[in-house]
Design a protein around this ligand. Structure first.
Ligand code: HEC
Ligand code: HEC
Length: 413
């Protein structure tokens, strides 16, 4: 038997022991399983950044001047109190205002995806970005919409280039912006040219950036802006030691329920088959039949996920395994933000029918659901039984992966 399989079997057997017995053995098995699955001390995921770049990047991240129509900042959607996401199923872009529910009630342009959080982004080996991996450096070559004309060889810096040129996200879908609607590399360049000229004329933003980049204000480019924001994300949301790290690396303690959840995670429930490595993501793409809400990236309630990038039919309905740090803070869950409860997000992996009401679905929605079940049936987690107390234990375990960001952010003009 492979070592990992053997550990899984031992973990399963131990999870059936009465709580008083085998406590120490359970702890040993959980520590070994975590190490085997690629957990490393938080500091070892860090990529060094320049402190001045971080300061300049934070100012830019907060500024609405980074959107063509001066309506929205990165910090409008990546909000502190929602764990660097926005607390909404689908994101609200231009023509929206406020935070959380207020943002949804007020209306505005809808981005048909759930806002992703930043924990660990841009750390060592974190090199695939967005739900469908549209920026991907995992093969050693960087792939993105820039199609060979990438503005940087750093995947996070390339990812940061995208929001400011996306229609509805930071560019208003208005007659005045008609010429930009193609979202091509050349229209992107037009937007970058306008933005950098604007920022150069704002000393409160360009001063710190010029100093950090070591060049005069007039020589600043949009890539300097992206570099600074990437440095800020890298530093502010870098993985910091969690209670689980403390348990694995410093003999820290977990409650009986957290321990049981951890053993399930690495054992019977098979979560670590995909949520593994330093970020609890295999940086690969899988199909889990989460309910889909909203218009969907492909329209009419459909999101083909990874297929949109690779055009490979086998990739339909697959999404990048989300990292799990601070997942307790980033509801609602999944690529379309369809589930508010963490327990339901866990259930979606094993018992999707519990979350659907087939009677209220149209025949087309049901056909779509069957197609997603078909892709899911290739995943080992398909049709596994998890009891309610097991789901609760997994939730308790996930709460041990919490940590705080370094600095806070606000939206500014
Ligand atoms: C309208 C809300 C909105 C705004 C404004 C916004 N984002 Fe996002 N962000 C999102 C959504 C939604 C996603 C997920 C999109 C997807 O994967 O298709 C995302 C994803 C990301 C990711 C990928 C994270 C990952 O896990 O792969 C990065 C990086 C990012 N945003 C950075 C930024 C930066 C930098 C800005 C400002 C320049 C910004 N965002 C502005 C909503 C927003
Ligand atoms: C086959 C790979 C795979 C396995 C095994 C797996 N997951 Fe996932 N998980 C995913 C993918 C992919 C998504 C995102 C799917 C989507 O959005 O459509 C996800 C989403 C999640 C989410 C929501 C995260 C968010 O930010 O929206 C949580 C929580 C989660 N998984 C926990 C677990 C737990 C706990 C287990 C074990 C019971 C588990 N996963 C097993 C691949 C997997």
């Amino acid at each position: 038997m492979r070592y990992a399989t053997r550990l899984a079997v031992i973990a399963f057997l131990l999870s059936t022991l009465p709580s008083s017995a085998g406590q120490e053995l359970r702890e040993v098995v959980l520590r070994k399983s975590a190490l085997k699955s690629g957990l490393i001390p938080a500091v070892e995921t860090r990529v060094a950044v320049d402190a001045q770049m971080v300061t300049a990047g934070r100012l830019l991240f907060q500024s609405r001047s980074l959107s063509l129509d001066k309506q929205i900042a990165c910090a409008s959607c990546h909000v502190d109190r929602f764990g660097s996401a926005d607390g909404l199923p689908n994101a609200f872009g231009t023509e929206a205002s406020g935070q959380g529910l207020a943002r949804m009630i007020g209306g505005g342009d809808i981005i048909p995806r759930n806002t992703l959080a930043f924990w660990g982004r841009g750390g060592k080996q974190f090199n695939i970005f967005f739900w469908d991996g549209k920026v991907d450096a995992s093969s050693g070559t960087l792939h993105s919409q820039f199609a060979g004309k990438e503005p940087s060889d750093d995947a996070l810096v390339v990812a940061v280039h995208l929001p400011p040129v996306e229609i509805g996200e930071m560019v208003m879908d208005s007659p005045a912006n008609n010429a930009l609607e193609t979202e091509s590399v050349s229209t992107a360049k037009q937007v970058y040219a306008i933005l950098i000229e604007r920022i150069r004329a704002m000393p409160e933003l360009s001063g710190p950036l010029a100093q950090a980049a070591g060049k005069p204000v007039r020589a600043l480019t949009f890539s300097d802006i992206a570099e600074a924001i990437a440095s800020f994300i890298r530093e502010n949301f870098a993985v910091r030691s969690t209670r689980f790290h403390d348990f694995v690396f410093n003999d820290g303690e977990l409650s009986a329920q957290e321990l049981a959840g951890g053993l399930l995670f690495y054992g019977k429930a098979g979560c670590s088959g995909c949520h593994n490595g330093p970020y609890f993501s295999d940086m690969d793409f899988h199909a889990i039949p989460f309910p889909q809400v909203g218009f969907g990236k492909n329209g009419f309630g459909v999101d083909y996920g990874r297929f949109n990038v690779t055009m490979d039919p086998d990739d339909r309905y697959k999404f990048r395994t989300p990292p799990l740090y601070n997942v307790t803070k980033t509801a609602p869950y999944s690529h379309s933000g369809s589930l508010y409860k963490l327990g339901d997000a866990i259930r979606a992996h094993v018992d999707p029918l519990a979350l659907y009401d087939p009677g209220s679905m149209t025949d087309i929605e049901r056909t779509e659901f069957y197609a997603r079940l078909k892709t899911w049936s290739g995943e080992p987690i398909n049709a596994l039984h998890l009891a309610e107390d097991e789901v609760a234990a997994l939730e308790a375990f996930l709460a041990t992966l919490e940590y705080d960001s370094l600095l806070s952010t606000i939206e500014t003009d």
